[in-house]
Design a protein around this ligand. Structure first.
Ligand code: PEP
Length: 253
């Protein structure tokens, strides 16, 4: 049986303030009442409260793009899990490749953030994926397994609560989508790896694909047995595109 799909939009450093409010309003109208798919949007921090207000009464959940592992402290410029919860956030993206590549995130910091999210009841969307050089060197599975093993036991402590997002770095924002076969190969390898933490963890954990997902390629990806949703960057900035991807997700109770 298909797991309930998750379609999550990562707005990155776009759509703050009034533009974020406008996008949220359009999303609520276009796909705000779907009961069969988990729909999540992750605006920039400054837009969270305003977008939370717009999403009230809809079925779209609010996500954040990062968090600090501590609950509070002298960490200038950082935001904690309790602060996110207070702003209406229910999901948090952790270890996105842009954070790993541009902001020095490591496998260890990703694990600490996953732990903090779980402790406070935020659903982590934990990202991993290989670079083009790693794929061309035949190291894809070695790399994603290393990234995965750093947080897997922590994620497995609450089976089905958090999700994994496989995002080949070479496919993010480039228009180069992984083929259905390339994506499913990694997703099924990750499913097998999840089974090291028990059959329930393997069965219940949703694994999203991310990397140039668009309305015209979403259905074929989401149809794969081990692809349980999508993490969407560029196409999530347009309500019609994002909601067409949501509509392509198989329905589940
Ligand atoms: C992302 O940033 O997570 C992403 C998948 O971006 P895009 O859809 O634009 O490739």
């Amino acid at each position: 049986m298909k797991r309930r799909a998750v379609i999550a939009g990562n707005w990155k450093m776009y759509k703050g303030g009034a533009l974020g409010v406008e996008l949220a309003q359009k999303l609520v109208v276009a796909c705000g009442d779907l009961a069969t798919v988990d729909v999540v949007v992750a605006p920039p921090f400054t837009a969270l409260a305003a977008v939370a207000h717009e999403l009230q009464g809809s079925r779209i959940d609010l996500g954040a793009q990062n968090l600090h592992p501590a609950a509070e402290g002298a960490f200038t410029g950082e935001v904690s899990a309790p602060m996110l919860l207070e702003s209406g956030v229910r999901w948090v993206i952790i270890g996105h490749s842009e954070r790993r590549q541009l902001f020095g995130e490591t496998d260890d910091s990703v694990r600490d953030k996953v732990r903090a999210a779980l402790e406070h009841g935020l659903r982590p969307i934990v990202c991993l994926g290989e670079t083009l050089a790693e794929r061309e060197a035949g190291r894809t599975l070695e790399v994603v397994h290393r990234q995965f093993d750093a947080f897997a036991a922590t994620l497995a402590s609450k089976p089905g609560f958090g999700v994994v997002a496989y995002e080949p770095v070479w496919a993010i924002g480039t228009g180069k989508v992984a083929s259905v076969e390339q994506a499913e190969e990694v997703h099924s390898a990750l499913r097998a790896r999840l089974a090291n933490h028990g059959p329930e963890v393997a069965e219940r954990t949703r694994i999203l694909y991310g990397g140039s997902v668009k309305p015209d390629n979403a259905a074929a990806l989401l149809d794969q047995p081990n692809i349980d949703g999508a993490l969407v960057g560029g196409a999530s900035l347009d309500a019609e595109s994002f909601c067409r991807i949501v509509a392509a997700a198989p329905s589940a109770a």
